[in-house]
Design a binder for this molecule. Structure first.
Ligand SMILES: N[C@@H](CCC(=O)N[C@@H](CS)C(=O)NCC(=O)O)C(=O)O
Length: 209
């Protein structure tokens, strides 16, 4: 089972899950700066030309959230719950995250960090203002939900936590306005205390080559 990754926000999620559950994956590093994600070899695995991707025999997966679920399932880990209703609850939060929470956190990270890092110009003040408003709106929902809960599903860690935490390690670079959200900050500290989340990148990997 090969897990194709780059050291960027979306691959962080399946890499962390693979490490956390000790999944038997061969990590394959894809160097975005060299355009390796646009080569025919890689497009055969993921025609979207994005990381992460996973190949396990005939199973070819893209989308970080689907890959996390697959890794947890294959490893018999309850990061992906057995109970179908809880599975739907996990999906709810992962979809919410893509559409709302990490979406606007990602906009802030792009404006405040990535743009400068890749020479894509100066931050756009109007974009930052709009994304900040949306980020605070959805952070408030997460903050309310986390009252009395250690994890998104309550007392158990699931892939929902790994999904929603995508931009937590990048909160300083993105200057995420987390200060008003004490419950969210408590949960975020808990995520950063998980070794595999804090340090998701493999020490051994092969390259697309
Ligand atoms: N929805 C996809 C997003 C994947 C994605 O955008 N990956 C970024 C790295 S974080 C990428 O490969 N960017 C390169 C590009 O778009 O050219 C997922 O969750 O896996």
């Amino acid at each position: 089972m090969k897990l194709y990754y780059s050291e960027t926000p979306n691959p962080r999620k399946p890499c962390a899950v693979a490490k956390h559950v000790n999944a038997p994956v061969e990590f394959v590093r894809v160097e975005l700066a060299k355009g390796e994600h646009k080569t025919p070899a890689y497009l055969a695995v993921n025609p979207n030309g994005k990381t992460p991707a996973l190949a396990d025999g005939d199973v070819h997966l893209w989308e970080a959230h689907a890959i996390m679920a697959y890794l947890a399932l294959k490893s018999g880990s309850d990061l992906w719950p057995d109970n179908p209703v809880l599975q739907i609850e996990v999906m709810k939060w992962l979809n919410w995250d893509t559409a709302h929470f990490s979406r606007h956190a990602g906009r802030l990270w792009f404006q405040r960090f990535l743009k400068g890092a890749i020479g894509a110009g100066d931050p756009d003040a109007a974009e930052i203002e709009e994304a900040t408003g949306f980020f605070k709106q959805f952070a408030g929902i997460l903050d309310d939900h986390l009252k009395g809960r250690d994890h998104i599903l309550g007392n158990r860690l699931t892939i929902a936590d790994f999904g929603v935490a995508t931009f937590i390690p990048l909160a300083d670079q993105a200057e995420l306005p987390l200060e008003p959200f004490a419950e969210l900050r408590r949960w975020a500290d808990g995520m950063m205390a998980i070794d595999a989340w804090r340090d998701p990148w493999p020490s051994e990997y092969s390259t697309l080559g």
